[in-house]
Write a protein that binds this ligand. Structure first.
Ligand code: HEC
Length: 114
């Protein structure tokens, strides 16, 4: 499989993912202890996991998946996501390590109706 097409990924991210994650991926933050975990943080540190989320969604939350689209589109979104701000780098912080992350619990900075 070719590396993801960032421009294509950007278009898809802005059309679909940005609704919840924001155009820069920073609207949802599942980090803790002062450490941020945005889509960008996750894509930079755990690309395999993000690829899985893109294809299969995230358990127990209202998130879309891209299963209905060609797998190249998911790869493109991952490529784009890896260019989004991580904040950690700027603040000299590390992403929350895999074992230390709380089980997914939605902490929305804005809420959609449930
Ligand atoms: C309808 C709203 C919605 C849309 C659209 C959406 N997401 Fe999500 N996403 C969520 C929620 C809610 C979470 C859970 C956040 C939390 O754990 O606090 C989440 C979680 C994630 C996570 C990982 C969380 C983890 O803990 O590993 C990734 C990565 C992610 N989304 C990427 C994407 C991408 C890429 C797209 C576009 C294909 C997308 N999301 C579209 C709502 C959405």
């Amino acid at each position: 499989m070719k590396a993801g097409d960032i421009e294509r990924g950007k278009a898809i991210f802005q059309t679909i993912c940005a609704t919840c994650h924001g155009f820069d991926g920073k609207l949802l933050d599942w980090g803790e202890e002062g450490r941020h975990a945005y889509v960008g943080t996750e894509a930079a540190s755990l690309p395999d996991e993000v690829f899985n989320k893109i294809l299969n969604s995230h358990p127990d939350v209202q998130m879309v998946n891209l299963r209905a689209f060609p797998v190249e589109d998911a790869a493109a979104v991952l490529a784009r996501a890896a260019t989004l701000p991580t904040e950690c780098q700027r603040a000299g912080r590390q992403a929350v390590p895999r074992g230390k992350r709380r089980p997914s619990r939605v902490r929305l900075t804005h809420r959609t109706a449930r």
